[in-house]
Ligand binder design. Structure first.
Ligand SMILES: Nc1nc2c(c(=O)[nH]1)N[C@H]1C(S)=C(S)[C@@H](COP(=O)(O)O)O[C@H]1N2
Ligand SMILES: [Mo]
Length: 496
């Protein structure tokens, strides 16, 4: 039985293996490049969820965070060349993420197909060691390589022990680790399963592991490709491309064409992202938005951190509003502030802070996840949105809620975000006027801000001016669902 199985392996590598191997190379390299783009937006890694500057275990920026001046997490972004990052350049986080999620899907799909075939045939025997002797053999092989010799391959594999072990490690340890650590970075999953996240060491530990997995893949790729190229080159290409040892010239030609095709795709997606970012946002969105809606939309936040777990430092995003109205209001401690609720409602409202404070008080201690990568834990106190719904009574046709801010950008464009009415009514979706038990301070969004705990931070409009009920968010701004979606091509789901 055993020998029959092994003999079938000696016939060479099947075609599905050759194909999935190339597809894997394509998506893995796209994932690495887009991952670097994402990291560049907050180039610091921590083993704690507070992300206090100075507690990084590694950082890729020389910038120092001034603790006395207004410094936002945007100021901390670094720029990476398009030769390395996908798509590279300034303010490309949104697009980097689109490619990362799009490719993650196909990379996983390809991986599952590969593993399914591996076990449906006898090919898993090439990878999974069945004897402890593999370890001393691998050490011997390492010494052989290190002294610039070539070790004996094992019969039927045709890998040596070191190859077998490293391939098994990449496929059965590194790849699953990438998937698990990547999944926990979804704020919706983190909000729904806070204990599971804690069990794994926390968000920033997972983010660091995700990074270390990427580094391991890069190291593996470099060594792997180098050894393929210098040890029995044409013979390797025959196995890799054709699955058997017959036509060396054909194998090398096809193999090189494959690599050129992968490079061409890299050039194409980089150029496309820089020329037509909106098109990329929409195209990749067909898949990732649909997946996000099916898998994550229904998750509700179940976070309840202790007040002792609050972060000593909380990053700030966005600069203070310069609008006359807000500046005036702030001088007066917001006593004249009125939140207006308008649009498709039966009863438009003007609510002062004291009106809001008379409504039932809601408080939650949660972890904030910024799209850039940092996190922080704080308590937020205010009014659940259902209270506003009760008073204004939205029309049947009101499917979306728009949160308008006092803050305008340099071009005078207003910051806003949208939620659909169902999400707006989820537990822990509140209008907060308190942070950590005190009045909300100016930089964190005074007098009022939104908190939606299953989403990334950019959905949580600060310096809230008004709430509008609309039928379709596409009629607001540039129609993408929010200021960041409009301007920076962020994904409007904001749950991954
Ligand atoms: N008006 C306005 N609201 C905003 C932003 C902004 O730039 N302007 N930034 C958002 C982003 S990206 C994040 S991560 C959070 C940051 O909240 P914090 O400054 O309280 O940490 O606010 C969100 N709300
Ligand atoms: Mo953010």
């Amino acid at each position: 039985m055993e020998t029959v199985a092994l003999e079938s392996l000696s016939l060479g590598f099947p075609k599905w293996l050759c194909i999935t191997h190339y597809v894997n190379f394509l998506f893995l390299t796209l994932l690495i490049r887009s991952g670097i783009q994402i990291l560049a937006d907050h180039p610091r890694l921590y083993f704690n969820d507070h992300c206090t500057p100075g507690t990084e275990w590694i950082k890729f920026t020389k910038k120092k965070v001034p603790l006395d001046a207004h410094y936002t997490s945007h100021d901390d972004e670094v720029h990476v060349s398009p030769w390395i990052a996908l798509p590279g350049g300034r303010h490309r986080l949104g697009l980097g993420r689109h490619w990362h999620f799009f490719c993650a899907f196909f990379w996983m799909l390809n991986g599952f197909i590969y593993v399914a075939f591996l076990f449906a045939t006898e090919n898993w025997r090439r990878l999974i060691p069945t004897s402890w002797s593999i370890f001393p053999e691998a050490v011997r092989d390492f010494v052989t390589y290190a002294t610039f010799h070539i070790p004996e391959p094992k019969p039927f594999l045709p890998y040596d022990a070191l190859q077998q072990l490293s391939y098994a490690f990449v496929i059965f340890i590194l790849a699953p680790l990438a998937i698990v650590s990547g999944t926990t970075l979804s704020p919706a999953i983190a909000a729904r399963f806070p204990r599971y996240l804690k069990l794994l060491g926390g968000r920033q530990v997972m983010r660091s592991i995700h990074f270390l997995v990427m580094v391991s893949f890069v190291i593996f790729l470099i060594i792997h490709v180098t050894l393929v190229a210098i040890v029995h080159f044409p013979l390797n290409m025959e196995n890799i491309v054709l699955g058997g040892e017959e036509h060396p010239a054909l194998a090398v030609t096809l193999g090189m064409l494959g690599i050129i095709a992968v490079l061409a795709i890299h050039f194409f997606v980089t150029a496309w992202s820089n020329k037509k970012p909106r098109q990329v946002q929409r195209t990749t969105g067909y898949l990732t938005d649909a997946l996000n809606r099916t898998l994550l939309y229904r998750l509700k936040s179940k976070q309840n951190y202790l007040s002792s777990q609050r972060s000593p430092y909380f990053w700030v995003n966005g600069s203070l509003p310069q609008t006359k109205k807000w500046v005036e209001l702030s001088k007066n401690g917001f006593v004249d502030y009125e939140l207006s609720v308008f649009g498709l409602v039966n009863k438009p409202l003007k609510l002062s802070l004291s009106d809001l404070k008379k409504m039932p008080f809601a408080e939650q201690t949660t972890m904030h996840c910024c799209i850039q990568g940092w996190s922080g834990i704080a308590s937020w106190g205010g009014v659940h949105l259902s209270e506003i719904f009760k008073q204004c009574v939205p029309h049947e046709r009101a499917h979306f809620v728009v949160f308008h801010s006092f803050q305008l950008d340099e071009e005078g464009v207003e910051y806003y975000s949208t939620l659909d009415v169902k999400e707006a009514l989820y537990p822990q979706t509140i209008l907060a006027y308190q942070m950590n038990g005190k009045e909300l301070s100016a930089e964190y969004g005074a007098p009022l801000r939104l908190r939606v705990e299953t989403k990334l931070g950019f959905k949580m409009t600060k310096w809230l001016k008004s709430i509008e009920f609309v039928e379709d968010y596409r009629s607001v701004g540039q129609g993408q669902g929010g200021y960041r979606e409009d301007r920076q091509f962020f994904d409007s789901g904001a749950q991954i």
